[in-house]
Design a protein around this ligand. Sequence first.
Ligand SMILES: C[S@@+](CC[C@H](N)C(=O)[O-])C[C@H]1O[C@@H](n2cnc3c(N)ncnc32)[C@H](O)[C@@H]1O
Length: 381
Amino acid sequence: LKRTAIYGVNYEQAKSFKNGEWDFHDADTQQHLHALHPYPARFIPQIPQKAIQSYSSPGDVVLDPFCGCGTTLLESVLAKRTAVGVDNNPVAVLVAQAKISKYSSKDLASIDKFVSNYEQTIKTIEPNKLVLPLYENIEYWFAPKALKELGIIKTVIEDLPPKIRTLALAVFSSIIVRVSNQDSDTRYARIQKCYEAGNAFKWFKSKMLDALSRLRSIYNLPRVEGKVYCQDGKNLAMIKDHTVNLIVTSPPYINAYDYHKYHRHRIHWIGGNPYSARDSEIGKHDTFTRPNATPEKYFADMGMCFNEWVRVLKRNGHILIVIGDGIVNKKPVKVAEEFILMMEKLKLKLVNRWIRHLKKNKKSFNQSARIDEEHVILFKK
Ligand SMILES: C[S@@+](CC[C@H](N)C(=O)[O-])C[C@H]1O[C@@H](n2cnc3c(N)ncnc32)[C@H](O)[C@@H]1O
């Protein structure tokens, strides 16, 4: 910890900065495509926006190796930086891809036509031709009418041209939890919901119209290309050495979420594999709530990711990480302090650190740990 003070500021100094530089408490976090799909622990867009403006230039490459639903990627392409995103969860990759695709006015007209004809189109689908995912207990999680309606919507989506299909599938994914008997986006438990016939049809149409109006508000802004990979972030072999100017990311918080579980039905419905997402997920609640669990595995996994980040980052490139501390087996885990030591071992320089104060009503991630602040740490290669 002593060494961190040589280059940057220590925790006490960071905490004493009451300027709230990274808080953005009153910011609009639901702008345009950012609100396309719910996503646990989504970045508020102002964080990557500020990092991108401060530590990169137009034409640079910005990587988010835990890109989630693509907040950093969308901000990057709109700021004319090439975006590269990686996530091991197929839902994240689908939504991020839908957000960063370039849509032409012709694409918008096709989406408009699809939505206008949708009620007619669904009537033409024969019940024996439905595209349904086959997995155990599906009937336990969905009412029979809900299953049939989702199957019809999925069948219709399958026939769309690729870019529009991706957008429609992301919108479809956004309604799955609401249509199912799963309690909420961050609680994988069955509750009895009263499914009313026609709800899935209605909710999908209204979300498509919402997506279309969000798209209309930004489609003609200049933007560059981006690429999203469905990949375990411990191995970034598809990215060449020294090609990235800036990494902006929020890694999975230790013992806070089970992304593979909350998104399990969505993953099945979009044709992904929930088991590989589960097996490679870093920091998952499942692992760190086991009796005698210790945080070592989390840091070992993150260490593998850091090695890859250092390899792909250019000289003088920056890494900005937003992370919260956690609790494992009732013991506090000082994640940010450990990350700083790990990065310094990799010869990265800690250039600054800040504390983000979460809104009082938004004690996020790990409710049991009552996290009300996050660390923003900035390194330079
Ligand atoms: C805190 S969230 C990132 C949210 C993102 N900043 C956003 O705005 O949506 C952490 C992400 O790490 C992903 N993740 C967990 N383990 C991973 C792994 N081994 N490789 C790649 N991504 C992983 C999760 O799926 C989740 O999307």
